[in-house]
Design a protein around this ligand. Sequence first.
Ligand code: PMP
Length: 397
Amino acid sequence: MSHFARVGRVPGDPILGLMDAFRLDTNPTKLDLGVGVYKDARGLTPIPQAVKLAEQRLVDLETTKTYVGGHGDAAFGRLLIDLVLGTGNRLEAAGRVGATQTPGGTGALRLAAEFIARNLPGRRVWLSDPTWPIHETLFAAVGVEVGHYPYVDAGNRLDIEAMLAALDQVPLGDVVLLHACCHNPTGFDLSQADWQRVLDVVKRRELLPLIDFAYQGFGDGLEQDAWAVRLFAEALPEVLVTSSCSKNFGLYRERTGALIVCAEDSEKLTDVRSQLAFHARNLWSTPPAHGAAVVATILGDASLKAQWVKELEGMRKRVADLRLGLVEALQPYGLAERFAHIGEQRGMFSYTGLSPEQVARLRAEFSVYMVSTGRANVAGLDFSRIQDLAKAIAAVC
Ligand code: PMP
């Protein structure tokens, strides 16, 4: 008897499949705007110098590889809370906030999902339509039901009115997942006025916000990008934030992140954290240490931190300039206005507004790879390739 005889096959991740197809493409002018990683002018995803220096220091000074605790590296947690909520924030002083280190932002989301499934039974989680596809599968995997609120309209614009109207219909007490900045996949972010209105609905419907903060520093800057997170943490008794160090520290494969919990008081925080440690124990026991040690080393040292801030700002600026460069390059084709949103969006991704057919033609005729929804990773572009891309887009439009 074969135990595996009835095991079927699930399709591979479409974005990773795109990466494979790109690798096999022999066209020397191929262009990968698929997978969401930052690339520099050489087409490489660099290790920041600040990370290299911190790693060198760790090699010299690290004395043990024994397990970290269930909540991970305490110094990392404190420094990350400062980064996310601001140094000297009131929640920390009141003992109302704690961080649990997780394997990346995905681990933080998975831990949050586990907490919702087991400790807040019956709550649905509301996701933007569209959202990062893993949000959909991750909550389904723990048996949490998901609902959707609209985010973009048929004309590929942020639709804040539709979003607010939908959230106003959400059952009292449900969970709403919000992207703090650099919305994946669309690149459309809420304005501060929009966030205020979302906060009003969240209060009215007594929703629990779960804020996914995977791109701090890639939108308008480290502090600016945290604006909505801080607004919610200040205004509400209970907030969950998932923070990822994958993109802003370039630590992708080191799996570094945290689930930050804001609770009503320190007693309740301790209750919640005991649950998180329990769930984490069943999921991964204790988190991987290296990436968090690197982050703690950088954030705990003024000169390393300054170096990192400068490097992160360089990455942010590069993507913002690539956006503007592409819109400018579309000008001669009379397409600058049609694609002006690419310059207004934030973060690595852009919902270009290209149709699946146009995306397919870009790939077949120009070896330009992007997700069939028309999502392009702008960070995969380079200034030397902007003219080629504009020409290719013009040809399929
Ligand atoms: N949330 C969003 C919106 C993301 O785009 C990503 C990364 N693609 C993550 C969370 C998770 O990041 P990681 O697990 O790599 O830290």
